[in-house]
Write a protein that binds this ligand. Sequence first.
Ligand code: FAD
Length: 512
Amino acid sequence: MTDMPAAQHAKPIRQIVIAGGGTAGWMAACYFSGRLARQGVAITVVESSAIGTVGVGEATVPGIRDYFRAIGVEDIDVLRATGGTVKLGIEFRDWAQPGSRFFHPFGLYGVPSRGVPFHQYWLKLQHAGEPTDLAAYSLCSALAQRGAFMLPPDKPVNNLAVFDWAVHFDASRFAATLRDRALAQGVRHIDDVINDVALDAQTGHIAHLVTKDHGSVAGDLFIDCTGFRSLLLGKALGVGWTDWTDLLPCDRAVAIPCAADATRDWPYTVSTAQEAGWQWRIPLQHRVGNGYVYSSAMLSDDEATAKLLSRLEGEALAEPNLIRFGAGHRQRFWAGNCVGMGLAAGFLEPLESTSITLIQTAIERLAEFFPDATFDPALADEFNRATTLEYARIRDFLILHYLGNRRVGEPFWDRLRQADVPEMLAHKLRLFRARGRLVRYEWESFLDPSWLSMYAGFDWLPPAHDPMADHFTDAEISVALRRMRETVAAAVAEARPHRDFIAHIAGSPPAG
Ligand code: FAD
């Protein structure tokens, strides 16, 4: 770059202090130490190994790979360093009713035509008496069914079934990988307990953290990554909490890892509906993560733990980890000179693996609206507006998972099937019932294929399709859709098992 105008900052940020060293803290440290390397901004992470991290959070969505690119690491290096596996989507078992299964894949279904979405042609054929399985039009669904991942590199799968993938990783190994990278990029690390947070009497901003053995740690910008404690944003600054437990009543999880079965190909997360919530299975190379997310009003901690233990598919590798939480978020994510990220900012149950992606978008959004030390409130206002919408959109998508259930006679499920829903979700449901219209709003994390997978999985399809799809006859659509299914099937037939991919990355040298 040449001849850039002189910086106009009246008072640039010189010191960033990140409180907390879990996934959120180290993701932020790694990203900003890379992005701000040439501006001479000092970054300090203060965290306490004695307090530790929440110890869960191992499934992601495809956007995480953008984060890997942003910090300059390769996907396969992350998989290698963290004992990770590929995630093509989530299989939902027993959600519609006991015995049912459907898959929420990444990527797209089918090909649109004449500006009409694919699913409208698929619906038209359903209504014409030619139903086909939606999963047959999604490369990720079809690969997951076969436990396959590796596609031949020299054979692109034309424009059909756009393919995408995310990862499962060991959270503590991921944080350690990021920490090593951040330290190599000059981040200062203080392992100590934060005893207090001192505010500036005039501005009300955070002046410094008071640590047990390292004195005070001052900064210009503070990032609160202290987990559910929310020491800065919640406790010191007193930012209130928006509570959504009436909409999403699960408030506990018990997690127990078990031994991995190397002969199984599971490039996806499994979510199984249970009596008072649901259970996750997240496969890693060296273990399988399991957890039961439940409502404490319906099930005791001891019962949940016993049920999870009885359902493990391998030998338990650790004692149960019991975690309490509530659905909701801080009323402001950015207050004064403090931005909250991760669990310190908010939490929505991990049904669609959205917490790490919310950390990532918070980091990207802070970079987009990065302040100088005058902290123009307009920046915080926009950050807060966007993040609040982002949380609400995800909340609505999660509510949809419960709403469609037909588990009649089970109190937890009866209540959620009959619950009132937020108006924005009710509006979306009405639009889908009106000829399958899918709408996308600002800061939507889950796009049309995700909503479609839920509606189809719950067999919640509209009685009529978009009249614009009538441009083509049933016979023409039938031929086109058959070709799409054949293209997906041909690609999958050539794919190799996920375990071959893992063996391949284990044998290949790290990049750079
Ligand atoms: P933490 O990991 O709790 O880290 C907090 C940090 O603050 C620690 O370093 C701690 O030592 C430090 N700290 C706290 N108090 C002090 C103090 N006084 N002094 C010094 N340091 C302090 N997300 C996903 O994306 N996918 C998932 O599959 C997923 N599953 C989840 C399952 C459950 C049951 C739960 C509860 C969460 C799940 N999440 C998931 C969320 C995910 O775990 C978190 O978003 C992620 O781990 C980030 O956590 P964190 O860094 O905000 O907090």
